[in-house]
Design a protein around this ligand. Sequence first.
Ligand code: ZN
Length: 432
Amino acid sequence: MTTHTLELGKFSIGVGDRFAHQAKAQLQACIEAAHAGVEIIPVWNKSNREHNIIGSEPSSTRAAADAAVKALHWNKPHFCDADHINLTTVDRFLAPCDFYTIDVADYIGKPADPATIEKFLKHRSDLTGTLRLEGVREPLEITPHLLRATATKFLFAVQEAGKVYRHIEAAKGKGGFIAEVSMDETDAAQTPAELLIILAAIADEGIPVQTIAPKFTGRFNKGVDYVGNVDQFRREIILDVAAIAWATANLGLPKNLKLSIHSGSDKFSIYSAIYEATKHSGVHLKTAGTTWLEEIIGLAEAGGDGLALAKEIYAEAWAHREELCAPYATVIDIGPAKLPVPATVAKWTSQQYTSALRHDPHSPAYNSSLRQLLHVGFKVAAKMGDKYIRLLETNEKVIAKNVTENLYARHIGPVFLGQPSPVAALAHAEAK
Ligand SMILES: [Zn+2]
């Protein structure tokens, strides 16, 4: 049992490492950020689903993270995130993890018992009216109707989060872990007013939540850019941040509570909006496990056996494309006609392969359909077992360079340091 309270710093990044070989290269990106003057706390996340597909245990993620921290002398905190867990999947994460993403999206829309809803409405009736949030011109309007509708839609889900939270607390002690509540894997985005009401319910449930992951407007497809209305996203995230600030000041939630942005890899066109909205409040950017794509890029770049394996992985993924894509249908958009046939890819040079896969919006060779297919195709590499891992180890240097550079230049720079993102640079170049 821990006696001090674990706290997540202002800026943090969730990194996925499917095959537990890139923790050092990922941590290196945080070290470079520290050199640039910003402390970014690394959080290694891997969901139950990923562990099941790969056939790995959460303890392997912990071991890889701890080894990297030791090897690179990282003396700031680091965490291991039990990503998207619930009461049925959390137990094997209890020992190795100290960060829990409590996913209650499946319970949204299931109503709590009427007495609980009435009690909440009575207790929180002071939320209704016009709420002026600090730093934003647009007020939040919460009508009694909205309060009731939101309670009816979300209270049961928050009660479920409470159950999972208490289950973890019983094992790890109060303050012995970071709690996140996630509601992103659902159809409808939550509005800032709904978010504020949800936070009130979370406070009532006694969950000392440090990060909250709502579903934002627009599509957050895996490993590719944001699809949606950037201006609407900007308005929404500014209000979300203000709603969170209000909640920490008025509801007794932890002072460091901040937004968590899931599937945050490669969302180049909204990075400047995220940076502007969160540079004072802090943010957790959870990347979507695209590190594994950097492994393939590294293998392809290495040529020889590495390139041959990268081609073999594509051919297998292409052959099984329907079954690989099915579980991710809501978070990918692949144009089947845009996928090259394996016979074509078989003739590619290193440069042709990497430029099709690498997410460089400047490059006409970039193929987002191929990228998304390979992104969900990690099962193919998992099946190859030792053959894949051996080549990762032989080509460690070239892969590590790609992993670090992708995290630092394409993600940390624009989101945490306010540097132009690749898309912004592209728009700038086109305007000239
Ligand atoms: Zn998520």
